[in-house]
Ligand binder design. Sequence first.
Ligand code: DGL
Length: 287
Amino acid sequence: MKSVIPVGLYDSGIGGLTVWLALKKIIDEDLIYYGDLKHVPYGDKSREEILFYSYNIISFLQAQGAKLVVAACNTSSALALPKLHSTFKMPIFGVIEPAVEKALATTKNNRIGLMATVATVKSGSYQNLFSKVAPHTKVFAQACPKLVPLIEAGILQGQLVTEALYEYLDPLINQGIDTLVLGCTHYPFLLPEIQKIVGDAVQIVDPAWQTALNVQSWIQEHGARSQEVTQRQLNFWVSGNPAEFQKRAAEFIGYQIDKVHYHQPPEALPDQIEQLISKLSIKWGDD
Ligand code: DGL
């Protein structure tokens, strides 16, 4: 008899809920979401810190019984996943490959804009993947450090958002892009405001949907579908204030979560981080 085995996903905070929404719509599986509120934003953290947070969250989701994990976070996908893929037995999906796949299927003039966190832009993950699979494309990357703190604070419109968006989008529009990748899972919450500024001539790519489709294909190809049940379990864990997360989730995705559990993550002390890096024999700069 088939059993019910959940799919895990995580982000630094509320942003991964954009991927959660797509997964909930596309796959019929139990979901366990982890929001690392203690460490949000990831975008200004070092690659070592991001690796440490990601490793511990994936381990937690694995201990919760997840059959696969989705890094619903570009920053973790860019900086940690290349180092962690071989560490875990279960598959781990990132959001960067699906974003690039979708952007290439969308662009007509091969001029693609990317909005992402400072850490994601600096990692060069998007730029490298585009130049590997489609060297004829031109990618214009824009770091957008003001956006995640605004979104986490529940501010999705108004002067602060508009000013920040013009600052980040003007340089991309000036490059004549026809496709814009939202390279941070928080940004789709600003979609109406972004679309207003870039206009209808620019197609916006939210990687969540392609990611969910890729997960669906994997589950089907591997015969890993959970058995049908009348109601799916949708569990939420955070490393910060559960009530805050519950409130924000209701505002942002219109989903009333019954209960958000608190999880205390391991302290990200420099020697703990170093120990993990040496335990996993991680070397930087060899990607
Ligand atoms: N939502 C995440 C991303 O996709 C993390 C943003 C942050 O915490 O800075 O990059």
